[in-house]
Design a protein around this ligand. Structure first.
Ligand code: PGA
Length: 254
């Protein structure tokens, strides 16, 4: 049985003080959560303060990206050691906004995945197709390229520590959610690609989140699907009550 993982991707939202307040609200709301893994990803700027707020709680820390070099002249970037020192466990890698706006490629995703694993942290690897790619019959090619690219030269043992997040680009921040069936069919396919690389055991153990306009009113249906093991939540993660409602749906789906 795969443990559900609900992760809040705060993107470029919330000042440091607002982040602290949101984290406090989430810690309070989730204090009785037992079965679901809860993760929040504030901005780099707020991450260290948020780490202090969630210490000893049911909430774990992620950051939204990382650079693959150890240190040096890379203005604006943050290394895995910096992320590790403040107590983050997860790093979101390859989000479609990174791919779309900040030149993320299959190669940089792979470099970041390997560096994250080398540091003993866990990648949440985002994949997903655009509407044109889906309508043009390229869904499977795009996803299999992204999955195989991310896992290039990653051992099975390391792959087992990764989480995948299937996020159809057309559903992110748009309010248009994939139907339960669309998400399930696609995630089943994604799992089959993982099986092709690493075999059934690793594929069956790997958690695959759905992301893209997941909200309290659609979470239950999505999380009931056999191949949906959680959510990567943007908009609905910015308020304790909506985020908690999704966590509760996961808790009840088990
Ligand atoms: P959304 O974002 O829930 O606001 O659609 C999801 C994501 O981009 O991770």
């Amino acid at each position: 049985m795969r443990q559900y993982i609900i992760a809040g991707n705060w993107k470029m939202n919330k000042t440091v003080s607002e982040s602290v307040a949101l984290a406090e609200g989430i810690v309070e709301a989730t204090k009785d959560i037992k079965k679901t893994e809860v993760v929040i990803a504030p901005t780099y700027l707020a991450a260290a303060k948020v780490a202090d707020v969630i210490k000893g709680s049911n909430v774990k820390l992620a950051v939204q990206d990382v650079h693959w070099k150890d240190q040096g002249a890379f203005t604006g970037k943050v290394s895995v050691d910096m992320v590790k020192e403040i107590g983050a466990e997860y790093i979101i890698i390859g989000h479609s906004e990174q791919r779309q706006y900040f030149h993320e490629t299959e190669e940089t995703v792979n470099l970041k995945v390997k560096k994250t694993l080398e540091a003993g942290l866990k990648p949440i690897i985002c994949i997903g197709e655009t509407l044109d790619e889906r309508n043009g019959g390229k869904l499977e090619t795009v996803l299999s390229t992204q999955v195989k690219g991310a896992f290039q030269d990653v051992s099975a043992e390391d792959a087992a520590k990764c989480v995948l997040a299937y996020e159809p680009v057309w559903a992110i921040g748009t309010g248009v959610v994939a139907t339960d069936e669309q998400a399930e069919d696609t995630q089943k396919y994604v799992r089959s690609v993982v099986a092709e690389i690493y075999g059934e055991a690793i594929a069956n153990g790997m958690r695959i989140q759905y992301g893209g306009s997941m909200k309290p009113d659609n979470a239950q249906g999505l999380l009931a699907q056999a191949n949906i093991d959680g959510g990567l939540i943007g908009g609905a993660a910015l308020k304790p009550d909506t985020f908690f409602a999704i966590i509760k749906a996961a808790e009840e789906a088990l």
